[in-house]
Design a binder for this molecule. Structure first.
Ligand code: ARG
Length: 575
């Protein structure tokens, strides 16, 4: 598709007098029966003070036709351009076959490095359902960036440090470490909740917690050992869920990792004269002229000398810059922390770090299940692991009913159940709030993960039914794929790499997820048409027609598998 697009852009640029990149940015996708590229003439009409349809007619008349471009036509304010679709089909099928699982990848990120800070849950709290978002959007972005040529560094910035641990250690001292021995990370959370409640009546608990945190900071062996056990207990739970989700990190460097790196950052801020006293604390002012909302100063050191989340993030940004020399550093964190990341950038900018602008908060909206974050009775959060269990169990029941002979039903159910949950998140633009209803997410039709996975399995089964190896692609395959249902499919397969690139540009895996849904819909229309008209069956009698159609199905299969992999989902061949 790239060769076609470039060609169309060049011709439209010549015909309109606009720069190629301006044309490129404005190109849209018309309905299939109107063409393959739509060029809107509004901006040009405004500039040239003429009605858009007239401008469109003038440009359409000037577009050179021949070769890859077969028609240019003004329709209202648009110039619709149609390409040689047989040739598009031939070139697309050849490209997909040549690239295989790498279809969709590109090279524009070559030589560049992106750090992706994702998942990053707080230790001693369970991995709740809403952690799915940072974890799986981040996981997908790592895969997407990598596919477009970037070097990727996935970091889990665990919340494993801070005064909260003073409270936890104080609670362990007071109420014993049965919680630790239980092996259940929820028990730690209960302790934490309990001490916070009691501290409301008994302020001495705050002093006790502070003393424990001081011991921890000073390297007291008892404190360190207890803390280490808390972290380890949480990590066991986290790792089990990550394994189910197929998520890996290059570095698990939590907040504690930056403990010895904060003093240098604080000293540097001090030396630059940026640290100011405010009610005993040390802050950096970050308001800027033109701020629409008040921007409070960034708190660096509390009045009791303790550092903060922001202090550790400053040290972490510096460390990542020095270690990885990133071109971009993404933070997959909910939209509620927008101010924190803005402050972070501003402090670094004031502190003379030009790379501050390479930090990018990638926010996302709220994720609820059944309208809540809480488990109904206890009020505790819904665990991510529980939702996955539920999904897998329900999917397994469906699969056993639909396909009782499936050999590895349990493994397929695991992939589909987890994939269903993941897809329900990724198909939404990340900034949207989501309220998930497990039943509909698990449905095998509708805009769901199981539907996409099923479409892939369906393509595999058609290829299996052919009963032999894929025949060679006929030289005139494209000409044999002239039905609109076939052209629509070709076009969606052909546009896939653009959507992957776009997902990286906008840090939005939903670009890929929604494209897969479109592809599945078109594929469904295609492979079911044989039921109405035998001549349109994929497995046609005419060997050349059959071969061309099989190659198209194979390209769909490859594209779906590549897309699912970029979203971090499995693609079972049968289900
Ligand atoms: N642990 C934090 C939280 O749960 C998220 C950390 C995100 N990463 C970062 N570098 N601040 O809210």
């Amino acid at each position: 598709m790239k060769a076609f697009r470039d060609d169309v852009v060049e011709r439209l640029s010549k015909a309109s007098g606009l720069a190629p990149d301006v044309v490129d940015r404005s190109l849209g996708v018309p309905d299939l029966d109107r063409g393959d590229f739509a060029f809107p003439c509004f901006p040009l009409a405004k500039e040239r003070k003429a009605p858009p349809p007239r401008i469109a007619a003038e440009i359409a008349a000037k577009v050179e036709v021949g070769g890859r471009v077969v028609r240019a036509e003004a329709v209202g304010p648009y110039v619709n351009v149609t390409v040689d679709r047989a040739r598009l089909a031939d070139e697309t099928l050849a490209e997909v076959a040549a690239r295989g699982a790498a279809y969709g990848s590109g090279t524009e990120g070559a030589g560049k490095t992106v750090v992706v800070d994702f998942s990053s849950p707080n230790v001693a709290k369970p991995l709740a359902f809403h952690h799915l978002r940072s974890t799986m959007i981040g996981n997908s972005l790592v895969r997407l960036y990598r596919a477009r040529g970037w070097r990727t560094v996935g970091v889990n910035h665990l919340g494993d440090w801070g005064t909260g641990f003073g409270k936890l250690l104080a609670a362990l001292e007071l109420w014993g470490d049965a919680a630790l021995a239980s092996g259940d990370p929820r028990a730690l959370n209960d302790l934490y909740v309990r001490i916070n409640q009691q501290a409301k009546q008994d302020p001495s608990l705050e002093d006790r917690a502070r003393a424990w945190f001081k011991r921890l900071e000073d390297g007291d062996p008892t404190a360190r050992a207890l803390w280490q056990r808390c972290v380890a207990l949480s990590m066991v739970e986290f790792s089990a869920v990550y394994a189910r989700l197929g998520v890996e990190f290059d570095h698990v460097t939590g907040e504690s990792f930056y403990e010895d790196k904060m003093p240098a950052m604080i000293a540097d801020l001090e030396a630059r004269g940026l640290l100011e006293e405010s009610e005993g604390a040390k802050v950096v002012r970050v308001e800027e002229p033109g701020d629409e909302k008040p921007m409070p100063p960034c708190l660096i050191v509390k009045s009791d000398g303790a550092t903060l989340y922001a202090t550790r993030d400053l040290a972490a940004a510096q460390y990542r810059h020095d270690t990885f020399r990133f071109d971009r550093c993404l933070y997959l964190v909910d939209a509620g922390q927008g101010m924190h990341f803005e402050q972070l950038k501003r402090v670094l900018r004031r502190a003379g770090r030009p790379w501050a602008d390479a930090l990018r908060h990638v926010p996302f909206g709220v994720l609820l299940i059944g309208g809540t974050r809480a488990r109904t009775r206890s009020g505790a959060v819904v665990l991510l692991a529980d939702v996955l269990d539920d999904a897998v169990e329900k999917v397994e029941a469906v699969i056993r009913e639909k396909n009782p002979d499936l050999a590895d039903a349990a493994a397929v159910a695991r992939a589909v159940g987890v994939g269903a949950v993941v897809f329900s998140d990724l198909k939404n633009h990340r900034t949207n709030d989501i309220n998930l209803d497990l039943e509909s997410v698990l449905s095998f039709d509708g805009k769901t993960g199981p539907y996409v996975m099923y479409s892939h399995a369906r393509a595999c089964s058609i290829l299996r039914k052919h009963g032999a190896a894929l025949p060679p692609r006929p030289a005139d395959a494209g000409a044999r794929l002239a039905d609109p249902t076939e052209q629509a499919l070709v076009r969606l397969v052909a546009r896939f790499p653009d959507r992957v690139a776009r997902a990286v540009e906008t840090d939005a895996p939903s670009e890929v997820a929604t494209h897969l849904l479109d592809l599945c819909e078109a594929f469904h229309a295609y492979h079911t048409r044989g039921g109405r008209d035998a001549a349109l069956r994929v497995l046609a009698d005419d060997p050349t027609v059959r071969a061309a159609r099989l190659h198209l199905v194979d390209a769909v299969r490859t594209t779906l598998a590549a897309g699912l992999a970029l979203l971090g989902m499995g693609a079972p061949e049968q289900m």
